[in-house]
Design a protein around this ligand. Structure first.
Ligand SMILES: C[S@@+](CC[C@H](N)C(=O)[O-])C[C@H]1O[C@@H](n2cnc3c(N)ncnc32)[C@H](O)[C@@H]1O
Length: 286
């Protein structure tokens, strides 16, 4: 998407760098990074930025780096406005830092893990800068597609409904939505994992649910959700429930007969339920 240019000289780009494997960075993203004056990225306090790690080999010599460090990653803060107040201040301050570069005529690239507009922190900068500056968004491979590729099982076919759920939803709502879909992706795990697993069981979908950790990264691994040790679920993890797993409804012959006939246009619905902001086997890849 391109937003109407203003008289400002700096170009602002929200660039998806994919789920972790640098080979999944698009050529367009690479070109913009290689030509940037300023490269910005989000990071959790005390942790290296994952987006930076993915794209660092492409940084041009002399590029200015702007690390946008989240002040908090959980609900605990001394800010008078609480977690929401701390984040609001952080976004305003971050946007001011990027705007200063743009006002000085410098081209700014803001890196985003996966895709910038799919639960990405980039969106909070887009909200504040896109109307005032020449802005471009470059899509990236989202983590859930890297996870699906890792387990190498078809996710949705033909008229299947895919539901993307944040694990932070209340357990009964998770169970209700899981019982009412074909394929599902559950993101934002960590402390939410025990409730998510109970919701999968309540919806009758636990048996075929697959947990995928650090998809497309060298240490990627996955295993049945039922077998996961809930004490060690990292931020970079999600759950894949394939449409095919619904009541084991498709035999291999049926799958073969529909192979090649399914397109995005067949899908009757892609249902995405909102996820809040956050920086936040086993088996091995085949
Ligand atoms: C704030 S969302 C960012 C999503 C990202 N913009 C995308 O397009 O995939 C962060 C969540 O994405 C998931 N995630 C991101 N990278 C992942 C990876 N490499 N493997 C598994 N899950 C990942 C996790 O569920 C994590 O809690």
């Amino acid at each position: 998407m391109s937003v109407e240019a203003t008289t400002r000289a700096g170009h602002f780009a929200g660039v998806g760098v994919g789920p972790g494997d640098p080979e999944l960075i698009t050529r367009k993203a690479a070109r913009l990074i290689e030509n940037a004056d300023v490269i910005a990225y989000h990071a959790a306090r005390g942790k290296a930025s994952n987006a930076r790690r993915i794209a660092a080999d492409l940084f041009p010599a002399g590029a200015i780096e702007e690390e946008l460090t989240y002040p908090v990653t959980t609900g605990t803060t001394a800010h008078p406005g609480g977690y929401a107040g701390a984040l609001a201040d952080f976004y305003e301050e971050s946007a001011r830092r990027l705007a200063d570069h743009l006002d000085a005529g410098r081209d700014v690239v803001l890196l985003s893990e996966g895709d910038p507009l799919f639960y990405g922190s980039y969106m909070y900068m887009h909200d504040r800068l896109a109307l005032d500056y020449d802005t471009e968004v470059v899509p990236g491979v989202p983590a859930f597609l890297a996870a699906t590729a890792a387990v190498a099982s078809p996710l949705v076919r033909q008229t299947d409904v895919l539901t993307v759920l944040p694990g932070t939803l209340p357990e009964p709502e998770l169970a209700r939505r899981l019982a009412d879909t074909d394929g599902a992706i559950i993101m934002k795990l960590g402390r939410t994992f025990p409730a998510v697993r109970r919701a999968l069981a309540a919806a009758g979908r636990l048996e075929h649910a697959l947990y995928v950790e650090r998809a497309s990264m060298p240490e990627a691994r996955w295993l049945p959700v039922a077998d996961v040790d809930e004490r060690s679920v990292p931020y970079f993890s999600l759950i894949v429930v394939t449409g095919d797993s619904l009541n084991g409804r498709r035999s291999r012959d049926e799958q073969a007969s529909v192979a090649g006939s399914s397109t995005c246009a067949d899908a009757r619905e892609l249902l995405v339920v909102g996820l809040g902001p956050g920086p936040d086997g086993w088996l091995t890849p085949r």
